[in-house]
Design a protein around this ligand. Structure first.
Ligand SMILES: [Fe+2]
Length: 343
């Protein structure tokens, strides 16, 4: 359903205010062929009204010829910024970068952040941006969860469906997503509210059961039967089940990359305006699935790259899999119980 330019301009102003945009700051807006025009046009107006000095960088599209789907997260880390010194220099000279392309997992994004720019990813369609408009309360919730995760040593997740997973944490930083970016060198994603970190190398182990109805991203499908994965020493070593398991196995195999089997971030969703059901109501190409990644109380685990956390793995194969009805604990203290957030 369409949203008005007026509403989206106001939403941008809310997000940019939370992101502490000040008059006179350098703002770069990164766009490409499949960026949403209304998102770009309303961002232009909002930045202008708030006194930001705006540069719009329009780069060639990326990865269309190699990705197995049209989802932006279906082939990650390779961007048209590679070798584009002029565009990279502009981003590094910015106070705030608005990314409508998805630079996540790229070495160029890391370089821009190291220079101190704050970056906000915004690739969902306008109506999802509006419905999941971040609030200061989201920031408080995400910050509190991130602080607790930052003190944790052992992360566990269990479920009645058979998930029994554990890993040591602390080697990699905590990822806090609150929907706006208010710190120098910070990265965030509108819309989102979740926390995660990456298992210490070699420590992830156990069983992950994707139950009927759980969501696989970037497939953007609900599993129609359980899939059972065995994790040993940080890597997925077995994927068992029926058709769903075979599909997942064959998809990962197609990348021909052992790093695609690595466990990546683990964490839980905190967004109270995100819904497990939303994905089922959308055309698959109309969303990247941030409802699924961030709905409150999910156990979101992932596979593949960890370079965005400072690790060495940069495989383009990245699965995000939010499980329902799991109990996530840190050092034995419950963060979620059966898929419900502990206050
Ligand atoms: Fe992810």
């Amino acid at each position: 359903m369409a949203v008005s330019d007026l509403d989206l301009v106001q939403a941008w102003k809310d997000v940019l205010s939370l992101s502490k945009l000040r008059a006179g700051e350098q703002v770069s807006l990164l766009a490409s062929d499949d960026s949403n025009r209304q998102v770009i046009e309303t961002a232009r107006i909002a930045v202008g009204q708030m006194g930001g000095i705006l540069t719009i960088l329009t780069l060639p599209p990326m990865n269309g010829g190699v990705a197995l789907s049209r989802d932006k997260s279906g082939f990650v880390g390779k961007t048209p910024l590679a070798g584009n010194a002029a565009a990279l220099a502009a981003l590094k000279a910015s106070d705030l970068v608005i990314d409508t392309m998805l630079l996540l997992f790229s070495p160029e994004q890391a370089e821009v952040l190291q220079g101190g720019a704050r970056m906000l990813l915004a690739v969902e369609p306008p109506e999802i941006l509006l419905r999941m408009l971040p609030t200061a309360a989201d920031g408080v919730r995400a910050t509190a969860a991130a602080a607790r995760l930052g003190r944790a040593k052992i992360f566990t997740a269990t479920s009645k469906a058979g998930t029994d997973f554990r890993c040591a944490v602390g080697e990699y930083p905590v990822l806090r997503q609150q929907g706006f970016v208010d710190q120098r060198g910070g990265w965030d994603h509108w819309p989102s509210c979740l926390v995660a970190t990456w298992p210490n190398e070699g420590t992830a182990e156990g069983t992950l059961v994707i139950d009927t109805g759980d969501i696989l991203l970037p497939f953007k499908r609900y599993a129609r039967e359980p899939i059972r994965l065995t994790v040993e020493a940080g890597f997925i070593v077995k994927i068992e089940g029926g058709f769903e398991a075979e599909f997942l196995r064959r998809y990962i195999e197609s990348f021909d990359d052992t790093d695609a089997y690595a466990m990546a971030h683990v964490g839980w969703g905190l967004h109270d305006r995100a819904h497990w059901t939303t994905l089922g109501l959308y055309d698959r190409e109309a969303t990247i699935g941030m409802d699924a990644r961030s709905f409150s109380g999910n156990f979101l685990w992932s596979s593949g790259p960890n370079n965005e956390a400072g690790g060495k793995r940069d495989t383009p194969c990245h699965m995000d899999i939010p499980l329902r009805a799991c109990s996530v604990s840190l050092d034995g203290e419950a963060m979620t119980i059966d898929g419900r957030l502990v206050a």
